[in-house]
Structures are given as structure tokens and as C-alpha cells.
Design a binder for this molecule. Structure first.
Ligand code: NAD
Length: 438
């Protein structure tokens, strides 16, 4: 809990916050293996092609589906049956009477058909405005998401629903996710889905990268932790903690891609999951920016990724990225909304989204390519931001608080999941539904 949050939860704080209408950040429920996936039963509504498959997933997760309760853990609605504008009334009819009975850190998930392909294009596109507004209205840590499920992808939902319903998606809200068709690798053990997999995490010595290493290792992966030699001690500490390996090099070095691919192939027989997390900022407004700042940020945040991806994919797929591989980029809301003093950084972070757009179709059926776009995450990077800007950044989202590195890591783990083969071409913001770039 940050200091404002502790104050807001104290006796005096509650009074002041309530009287002045100040933000009231609710302590978020995060994943813990000892806790049930949801805090209450699920109310499942709507009539379409997904109601059956979703009920099957909910049974597999082990949550109760009820027809009525005083308090719900989640409200899940199959909107694929909505084919025209008049049909949108079903959203109002289902959610209106029950939305106030959603418990703390409750979940709203609406499932639709991608509007591009649906005959009912207008009605399906309309779902987005509904879900984003519900996300803004929910109190006490609640989140709302829209999942567009391709025709034929009805059986590909489990990893996504497990993520969105659980505390793993604590800081993800107002997002639109697309799940496509294709064969899915179901893990033998859902609590260790990455068992037997090798993951490379760049910038793993600290912050978000270290959290990604922790979570992927928790999920069973052998994690190769990469960072610059100057971070050697911290990198070794992370690698020891996760029983992984280290790779010390500067990603911008000419020989970096060759050395990485060689090490992955020789020591680990290839790689399944690649997380491009390393990133730097060199902020200055454009008129005051020197070429060195521009070049350094582009080299680390974007050019090195492109070169490494090319080497890992290799000509004719010979580069070391194994079948059913995963490439995950780390973008930023700055790459979506833009930010003063960050023309260089935002350019690269929008470029990371371009990598997703370019590679996802190219690697379809062989690997997925997605990106996370973190908002305000409590790390050294954000601790260095001046106090007032920092405080504004922290509060300007539907959850009125900053996220934690683990929130980004859990989203990466959902992309990395072997059963997420239908989840490709997505950019998911981990930003508590930030007002920036919304
Ligand atoms: P951080 O500075 O704490 O960690 C970044 C790591 O990358 C460091 O360990 C650093 O040594 C490593 N790195 C930098 N240049 C490298 C190079 N040339 N070769 C190898 N390693 C290199 O940053 P963080 O806050 O943990 O951010 C991680 C990622 O998340 C970055 O891509 C950042 O842009 C992105 N992001 C962070 C936030 C936030 O709120 N913290 C928000 C949006 C996006």
C-alpha cells in the first residue's frame, strides 16, 4: 500500500476522503495459490455460442455458477448472440439489477464476436463502450473486460478466463482482448503451465523484469535472465532466486543476437518464451533533446528487439524459437497516449506495438506475438518521477493507485501460457484503466 492508500483506509482518512470526494484506492486482490480464484460465485448470462464452453471452463476452474446470490465474485455475459442494436438491451437487462451486488475486486467479463468478421458488426462494436464504462463505474477494485472470440475458438478460452477472473489480472481493466482459433496445448498441471519450457527475459536484474522472471519460474519455466554486465550482482541474485541462468550482455552490442541465440540453443536446446522487457528512458522535450538520447532509447527499446526477433526466428524458422513459441513485448501507455519529454521513448513504445502488428500474422500457427503496455507501475523508474507528477500518475486511473511489477508479470505469464495459442496480436494495457490515452 502506498502512503496515501494507507491514509485513505485509516479512520480519519476514510472521513476526509469521503467528504472531499478524493480517490479511494481499494487494496487489490492478487493471485495466491492458497486463495480461491474468485471471492464469490459467478452469475453467467447471455445466450450465444459461448455459454456452454464458458460453463465448462468455470467448472474446470472450480468456481460455483449460481442463478442468484447476495454477492457475486464475477458477472460473465455471453454477448455473441447479440446481432442487432435492439439486442444490446440484453446488457442492460442482465447487468443493471446485479452490478451493485458484485463483491470486492469482482470481475465483469463480456464475451463477443470480433466486429470485423461479424455480420452483427455494429452491435458487437458497441460492446466496447459498455465494458469500458462499467470498468470506470466499478468500485472496490472491480475490473471489466471484453473478450472477442473468433468463430471456431470456443475451446480456446480457458487460459484467458483463468487470467481475467483471478487476482492475476488485478491491475488490468477496460481491456479488449481477442482470442483466435487453432490448436491449443493444454498443460498437464494448470498450476505449473510452463513446466519444461525455457523463457528468456531481458532486463531481468530488477523492477518489472525481475518480477517477470519470478512469475514465469513460479509457473514452471527455466528462466534465462539477461541484463548488462554492470547489473551482474543483481542479475545473479534474481537468477539464483528463480533457479534460472544468467546471460550478461548489452543488447545493443552488434554480436548480441548471435550470442543470445547460440547460448539458448547450446545450453537449453532453444527457447519457448521471449520477453523483451529491457528498456530505458532519456527524457527531454524534443527541442532540447540531443541525438545521443534519441539514439540510445531507440537502440535499446526497439532496434535491439527487431534484431533479436530476426535472429530467433531465423531463416526458415531455424533460429531457436521453438514451435508454439511466445514473443512478448513491453510497450507503455506513453506509446499509446504520448507524453511530454518522451518523444524518443514513446516512439519506441509505439514501435513495440508495430512489432506485434507485423509479426503476429507472419508467425501465425507457429508463435504468438503480443505486448503488455504498463501504465503507472511502482518501480525505481517511477520513484524517480517528481512528487506531484508521480501522485497524479498514480491516481489517474479507475483503480486510483499504481500497479505492481507482478501485475505486468502475470499478464506476460498469461501470454506465455501454452494454452494461450489463440491469444496473438494483442496489446493489453496493465494500467488500472488509466485515463491517459484511453
Ligand atoms: P528498470 O530500469 O528498473 O529495469 C530495466 C532493466 O533493463 C535494467 O535492469 C537495465 O539494466 C536493463 N537494460 C537496460 N538497457 C539494457 C541493455 N542495453 N541490455 C540489456 N539490459 C538492459 O525499468 P522497469 O521500470 O522495470 O521497466 C521495465 C520495462 O517496462 C521497460 O521496457 C519500461 O520501458 C517498461 N515500462 C515501465 C513502466 C513503469 O511504470 N515502471 C511503465 C511503462 C513501461
Amino acid at each position: 500500500m502506498d502512503r496515501y492508500q494507507s491514509f485513505a483506509r485509516s479512520g480519519v482518512g476514510r472521513f476526509v476522503v469521503g467528504k472531499l470526494g478524493l480517490p479511494d484506492p481499494y487494496p487489490l486482490r492478487r493471485h495466491s495459490p492458497a486463495e480461491p480464484p474468485l471471492t464469490g460465485p459467478v452469475l453467467l448470462g447471455g445466450a450465444g455460442r459461448l455459454a456452454g464452453p464458458v460453463a465448462g471452463v468455470l467448472a474446470s476452474i472450480g468456481v460455483d455458477v449460481v442463478s442468484a446470490a447476495d454477492r457475486y465474485g464475477a458477472l460473465v455475459f455471453d454477448a455473441t448472440g447479440i446481432t442487432d442494436v435492439a439486442g444490446l438491451r440484453a446488457l442492460f437487462d442482465f447487468f443493471g439489477p446485479v452490478v451493485r451486488s458484485l463483491g470486492p475486486c469482482g470481475r465483469v467479463v463480456v464475451l463477443g464476436t470480433p466486429p470485423a468478421s461479424a455480420a452483427s458488426r455494429v452491435a458487437q462494436r458497441a460492446l466496447e463502450g459498455f465494458v469500458r464504462s462499467v470498468g470506470k463505474e466499478l468500485k472496490r477494485g472491480g475490473t471489466a473486460q471484453l473478450v472477442y472470440v473468433d468463430e471456431g475458438a470456443e475451446g480456446n478460452l480457458e487460459s484467458t478466463l483463468r487470467f481475467l477472473l483471478s487476482g492475476r489480472s488485478a491491475y488490468v481493466s477496460g481491456q479488449v482482448v481477442r482470442v483466435g482459433a487453432g490448436p491449443v496445448e493444454v498443460p498437464a498441471d494448470w498450476s505449473r503451465p510452463l513446466a519444461g519450457k525455457v523463457a528468456l527475459v531481458t532486463g531481468a536484474a530488477r523492477g518489472i523484469g525481475a518480477a517477470i522472471a519470478d512469475v514465469l519460474a513460479r509457473d514452471g519455466a527455466h528462466v534465462v535472465c539477461l541484463d548488462v554486465p554492470a547489473q551482474g550482482d543483481e542479475l545473479a541474485a534474481v537468477a539464483n532466486r528463480v533457479a534460472g541462468s544468467t546471460l550478461q550482455l548489452d543488447l545493443t552490442a552488434d554480436d548480441a543476437p548471435v550470442r543470445i541465440v547460440e547460448q539458448l540453443n547450446v545450453r537449453h536446446g532453444g527457447v519457448d518464451v521471449v520477453v523483451h522487457n529491457a528498456g530505458i528512458t532519456r527524457d527531454k522535450t524534443l527541442g532540447r533533446m540531443d541525438a545521443a538520447r534519441w539514439d540510445a532509447v531507440v537502440a535499446v527499446n526497439l532496434a535491439s528487439q527487431e534484431r533479436l526477433n530476426a535472429a530467433l526466428i531465423g531463416p526458415d524458422g531455424s533460429g531457436g524459437l521453438r514451435a508454439n513459441g511466445r514473443i512478448v513485448g513491453v510497450s507503455s501507455i506513453a506509446g499509446i497516449a504520448g507524453n511530454v519529454g518522451q518523444t524518443n521513448y514513446a516512439t519506441t513504445k509505439a514501435g513495440v506495438i508495430g512489432v506485434v502488428d507485423a509479426l503476429a500474422p507472419e508467425l501465425a500457427g507457429r508463435a504468438t506475438v503480443n505486448a503488455v503496455a504498463p501504465g503507472f507501475i511502482e518501480t525505481r523508474m517511477t520513484a524517480a518521477v517528481p512528487l506531484f507528477i508521480r501522485e497524479a500518475g498514480r491516481r489517474m486511473n479507475s483503480l486510483s493507485q499504481g500497479g505492481l511489477p507482478v501485475d505486468v508479470a502475470e499478464t506476460v505469464a498469461w501470454f506465455a501460457h501454452p494454452a494461450s495459442s489463440g491469444v496473438t496480436g494483442n496489446v493489453v494495457r496493465v494500467c488500472g484503466q488509466s485515463l491517459l490515452g484511453a
